[in-house]
Design a protein around this ligand. Structure first.
Ligand SMILES: [Zn+2]
Length: 469
């Protein structure tokens, strides 16, 4: 009975872990590796494990850094079940479809340039046809439903409060007389965030696979962040520029629209045109709409009142490419929300091309920017950036706001860990090294749990850990 790491151990993307038990293998997540070109190129490599020996896949949530390589897994021969919470099954369709389109578009763009420069053409990582097979293999489950997925392996999804359908996974393992319980935290949300319930605190585990994206930091408060967004919009009004907001299509876009709607009068938003320029965000909003029983009490109350609430009359949901291109002609008083959140792909790149070199424009960065991404370069103060092989000077005003993250901060992570009745061993994954060290110190000092850092290629023998849960 062993646990092995294949990704998102010492980095934030490419989540992928395997449990070996009774001669079988269960894969937890199969995410995209995101970041700079070299990192992204790793997605094209063969999997570092034998595909034919994977017997089941369990998916914590729909974000691409957890689900993005599932189409490759299936295309290269995996035929077994992919278990996920029901809303995640719906959400993964939205995300993978978008990912497939982006892969195809990126290859087309690259090939245009390659043709002109007599370079060999490239194939997309996968296309729209590849993702249909994934949907057929998905097996949905409710939160708190205990399911047997293999001999000696039971799992249960618990609400992680991160995006709709996101889960921590409880895993019960039995091999001969050896019994162990693992908890895979998945990505954990903030407590008291809008729409979603708080992350569910769990009670028993021998070992916890613990995410640490914000392991060494606490977010600024939500109220301060909202105030800051209001200030930026006021300034952009004076400057006569646009406001660009790269947004993760799921969660953040819905939160931002909610904030704009509830400050409509105060921020004089009737002067502006607001664009949700992301077909995926529009579809994801529909999935949120379809799962009202997963809302927290405030969102449940709001949904009841939805027909009596004022509409944002100048909100444009732009689905088609033509509608999206038309926004390029708007040089001032446009608030544009577009994906991707880390500015690695998608429509946001076109808006950056149009606006990033204009000092009167403002860019609001409201989410985590992974190492090596374009977003990270911008928030770290790059003077120039490269988009689609062309250089652009960064002259727009950049504002990083921290309070809207879909990820819990250090205090949230410690709160989630504080309710255990057992003394679990905590294996820290899914974070940059500083974040992992910061969290590890706090866990040891405040909770007294042992910690280790997951490392790609390492195996943990579960016989040597715990035994009380
Ligand atoms: Zn996530």
């Amino acid at each position: 009975m062993q646990l092995e790491f294949y990704g998102a151990a010492d980095r934030v993307t490419g989540s992928c872990h395997i449990v070996h038990i009774n001669g079988r293998r269960v894969l937890f997540d199969c995410g995209f590796i995101q970041g700079n070109r070299a990192a992204q190129a790793l997605n094209f490599e063969p999997f570092p494990f034998d595909l034919n020996k994977v017997d089941a896949v369990v998916l914590s949530h729909a974000h691409l850094d957890h689900s993005g390589r599932l189409p490759l897994l299936v295309r290269r021969g995996y035929k077994g079940p992919i278990y996920a919470q029901n809303a995640t099954c719906d959400m993964v369709e939205v995300l993978l479809e978008d990912a497939a389109h982006i892969q195809e578009e990126d290859a087309r763009n690259a090939n245009r340039w390659r043709k002109r420069n007599n370079k060999p053409l490239v194939e997309p990582l996968y296309g729209v046809n590849d993702i249909k097979a994934v949907f057929k293999q998905m097996v949905g489950a409710r939160y708190r439903e205990k399911i047997k997925i293999l001999p000696g392996v039971k799992i249960r999804f618990r609400d992680a409060g991160h995006i709709m359908g996101s889960s921590s996974v409880e895993i019960w393992l039995k091999e001969s007389d050896l019994k162990r319980k693992i908890v895979f935290s998945g990505d954990l949300g903030q407590y008291d965030s809008p729409i979603l319930n708080d992350p569910e605190n769990l009670k028993r585990a021998d070992l916890i696979l613990m995410e640490s994206t914000y392991g060494n930091r606490n977010h600024r408060s939500r109220d301060e962040t909202i105030e800051e967004i209001g200030e930026v919009i006021k300034q952009a009004d004076k400057d006569k520029g646009n406001v660009i907001i790269p947004a993760f299509a799921i969660g953040r876009s819905q939160d931002l629209l909610y904030i704009l709607g509830s400050h409509f009068k105060q921020w004089q938003l009737d002067k502006w045109q607001i664009y949700l320029n992301s077909p995926m965000a529009i579809e994801a909003t529909q999935v949120y709409w379809n799962y009202p029983h997963l809302y927290d009490s405030e969102a449940t109350r709001l949904r009841k009142d939805v027909d009596t609430m004022p509409r944002i009359s100048n909100l444009h949901m732009t689905k088609s490419a033509a509608q999206s291109k038309a926004i390029n002609k708007v040089h001032h008083h446009a608030i544009i929300l577009a994906a991707s959140g880390m500015m690695t792909a998608g429509r946001i790149l076109h808006h950056l091309k149009q606006n990033i070199s204009r000092p009167e424009c403002h860019l609001i960065v409201a989410g985590y920017q992974g190492r090596g991404t374009l977003g990270r370069q911008i928030v770290e103060g790059a003077d120039t950036i490269k988009i689609h092989n062309k250089e652009y000077a960064v002259k727009a005003q950049i504002h990083t706001v921290g309070g809207l993250s879909a990820h819990g901060d250090q205090a949230d992570l410690l709160r989630w860990l504080s309710d255990y009745h057992t003394k679990p061993h905590v294996c820290i994954i899914h974070g940059e090294q500083k974040a992992r060290e910061g969290l590890s110190e706090k866990i040891k000092a405040q909770l007294g749990f042992d910690t280790t850092f997951g490392k790609i290629g390492n195996r943990i023998d579960l016989a040597n850990i715990g035994g009380q849960a």
